[in-house]
Design a binder for this molecule. Structure first.
Ligand SMILES: [Zn+2]
Length: 675
């Protein structure tokens, strides 16, 4: 498309050309006056976009001949994409870039000599030997043509990257296979043999003196090979958005987590955005781009952008199970086009639904050719997305000014001579003092030492527990703290920050009724304690039941759980079921927004008892309501309007009257069985 523009309205020097009385128009707009043609003095044509495309049918020769069942990494992936380009009229507008075989010299920029030899030798192997090679490695298949296809795939990406870097074409799409981003330095893996994108990036640096490369990997899988190739390289950013599922999704490597950021001078140059679950949508990807990918990319200021463009996050992909639409792929391409003076290469990686990958690739290529991406609809990221991005920013803000100032680490400030106290410890001191001075409650002495170390000052009880007829056993999250922080220093403005705790109003009511109380403030998990946390809490609650609640021998007990403690409280109920059924008038649970509703683990009387005597209050959007076949062992679950996404303390505030009315009524109705 040639974009020669002549504009008679701009206040720039013009040349006047005599045209006689011939009217000259562009479109409907006359561009002459009084018979004189007006043009810019130095008419410079706007640069038009040229889009390259790599395709070579010999890349289809690599095929699965050993397994009976259909393999998702099928040769038809690239031909169906190519047909789509053709049918949409894009192919004729693109400039073909010939794939050629990568050389050993190039492959060695990323892989070992042994790896090159290993791939080369596969073409001379017998059928049986090929089958054995496939079995020896992680998720690959091999035939006699694999080596050729892999060399073409890698060489094709190199040629396109070089054409873009030199300016022969503006941008381009490498429609290649086998893919590359799982290929390790010395090993094929995950359908990949040579790491196409990594080798191409290294070639650009060596051969064309390109300094800074930004690699964006939107394939649903983490590009373990690419991350490793540049983990120590400060001039290559590797940024991956992938499904992680707590290291349970392929390749299942904890190195794909957000805390892995690169090494030495390259710290911050690896950016992992790990989704915690399947089912992520357009909004989640666009949010990740807006909050992390683009700010970092602008700050890094790359000379070229290469996308590991797998389409297995696309709607309809059987492996990825995400829902990214072609429109969103178009938008991501559009955003990346704004970097590096438009020098952008998309290289195919995974993607296993032929319709999905073809439509997605087409949407990207249309944007490469200059079309606008399709309209997306409102961007509303999921809770999991917002949480993931927040965690990524917390870690990466240490290395990128655009993400500051979230990063803090008290361990770094704890140096000799400086008084550094965790706010949680200050809060515990305040709380015990407040509960004593206002309500005459005292910290419960705890044993064994393990529990004492973790929970001292978090458990308070009435000082005359043993002479109470009714005891409320209340286990809840610590209060909400809302901090107002300075944008540049991250210091908290104490004058405008506050704590809000809804538990006090419950405790006051309980004490006014002359009931006893055992109150447990459950601390948030830290990285060190996360694993042992729930286990310790369960032991604590059983200890408290035995040595405080049951030991005081009250006539009636009410158990209330709110937040993280619900699960451990349920362990305690399961463990002490007979005693609990004997004295407990009711159990009230307010689980966290995404926490599973705790269930009775045992069979028999306890299940019916729990169902009859429990109240489980859930927001209307709690995942529990999407479950089929709800059973009695979850207790009597009630959806409550207006609780969606609220903090535990905000919920407790709203539910206060209902909860108090409920247990007061239950206490009136409850007649303990004869002892
Ligand atoms: Zn993939």
């Amino acid at each position: 498309m040639e974009d020669m523009e002549i504009d008679g309205t701009e206040a720039q020097p013009y040349v006047l050309i005599e045209t006689g009385n011939l009217p000259i128009t562009v479109g409907n707009r006359p561009i002459y006056t009084n018979g004189r043609y007006i043009s810019k003095s130095t008419p410079t044509p706007l640069k038009s976009t040229k889009t390259g495309v790599v395709y070579d049918r010999r890349m289809r020769y690599h095929a699965n001949i050993h397994e009976e069942e259909h393999h998702p990494e099928d040769p038809s992936r690239i031909s169906s994409i190519q047909s789509m380009f053709k049918a949409a009229g894009c192919l004729e507008k693109m400039i073909p870039i010939n794939a050629r075989e990568v050389t050993k010299d190039e492959v060695r920029l990323v892989h070992t000599d042994e790896h090159w030899d290993f791939v080369a030798k596969t073409s001379a192997l017998s059928e049986a030997q090929l089958g054995k090679v496939a079995d020896d490695y992680n998720s690959i298949y091999v035939n006699k043509e694999t080596a050729l296809s892999a060399r073409l795939s890698c060489g094709g990406v190199i040629e396109l990257c070089k054409a873009v870097a030199r300016g022969d074409v503006t941008n381009g799409f490498a429609n290649v296979r086998p893919p590359g981003h799982h290929a390790e330095i010395n090993e094929p893996m995950g359908f990949c043999f040579f790491n196409n994108v990594a080798v191409a990036a290294q070639c650009l640096k060596r051969d064309l003196k390109i300094e800074k490369v930004f690699i964006l990997d939107w394939d649903i899988h983490h590009g373990n090979g690419t991350q490793k190739a540049f983990y120590n390289d400060p001039n290559v950013v590797y940024c991956s958005i992938h499904r992680y599922d707590n290291a349970n999704f392929y390749p299942g490597d904890p190195q794909a987590g957000h805390t892995h950021v690169g090494n030495g001078p390259a710290k911050g140059k690896t950016i992992n955005i790990p989704w915690p679950r399947p089912g992520m949508h357009d909004s989640d990807y666009i949010y990740a781009f807006n909050k992390v990918v683009m700010p970092i990319a602008y700050e890094f200021d790359p000379d070229i952008v290469i996308v590991s463009a797998g389409f297995d996050a696309a709607e309809g992909d059987p492996i990825g199970e995400n829902h990214v639409t072609p429109a969103a792929f178009g938008h991501m391409t559009h955003m990346l086009k704004s970097l590096a003076a438009g020098k952008l290469v998309l290289a195919l990686e995974g993607g296993y639904n032929l319709d999905s990958i073809s439509n997605s690739a087409l949407a990207c290529v249309k944007v490469l050719l200059g079309e606008h991406p399709a309209k997306l609809g409102p961007i509303k990221p999921s809770q999991e997305c917002v949480e993931t991005i927040y965690q990524v920013i917390r870690v990466q803000s240490r290395y990128w000014s655009c993400l500051k100032p979230i990063y803090i680490d008290s361990a770094e400030e704890k140096v000799p001579g400086k008084l550094v106290i965790d706010i949680m410890d200050m809060v515990k001191l305040f709380r015990t003092r407040y509960l004593f001075s206002k309500l005459k409650m005292v910290p419960a002495p705890l044993a064994p030492e393990r529990l004492a170390n973790r929970f001292t000052d978090l458990v308070c009880c009435s000082n005359d527990l043993h002479c109470k007829d009714v005891i409320i056993f209340f286990v809840h999250d610590m209060a909400d703290y809302r901090a107002d922080t300075c944008a540049t220093s991250n210091l908290t403005n104490l004058a405008t920050s506050y704590m809000s705790d809804s538990v006090y109003q419950y405790i006051e009511t309980i004490i006014n009724q002359s009931y006893g109380i055992v109150d447990v403030d459950v601390p948030p998990p830290t990285n060190d304690t996360q694993k042992t946390d729930l286990h310790d809490l369960k032991d604590l609650l059983i200890f408290l039941w035995d040595h405080f609640v049951d030991y005081a021998n009250p006539k009636k007990v009410v158990i209330i759980g709110a937040g993280r403690g619900c699960r451990s409280l349920m362990h305690c109920i399961n463990d002490r079921d007979t005693m609990i059924m004997r004295s407990t008038a009711c159990v009230i649970m307010v689980p966290g927004n995404n926490d599973p509703v705790p269930t009775i683990a045992k069979k028999g009387d306890i299940v019916n008892w729990y169902f009859e005597n429990s109240l489980v209050l859930l927001p209307e959007n709690h995942p529990f309501w999407t479950k089929k076949g709800v059973k009695k062992d979850s207790g009597k679950c009630i959806p409550v309007k207006g609780l969606n996404n609220m903090s535990i303390h905000d919920k407790l505030h709203i539910l206060r009257q209902d909860i108090i009315d409920y247990f007061l009524q239950r206490l009136t109705d409850f007649i303990p069985p004869r002892q």
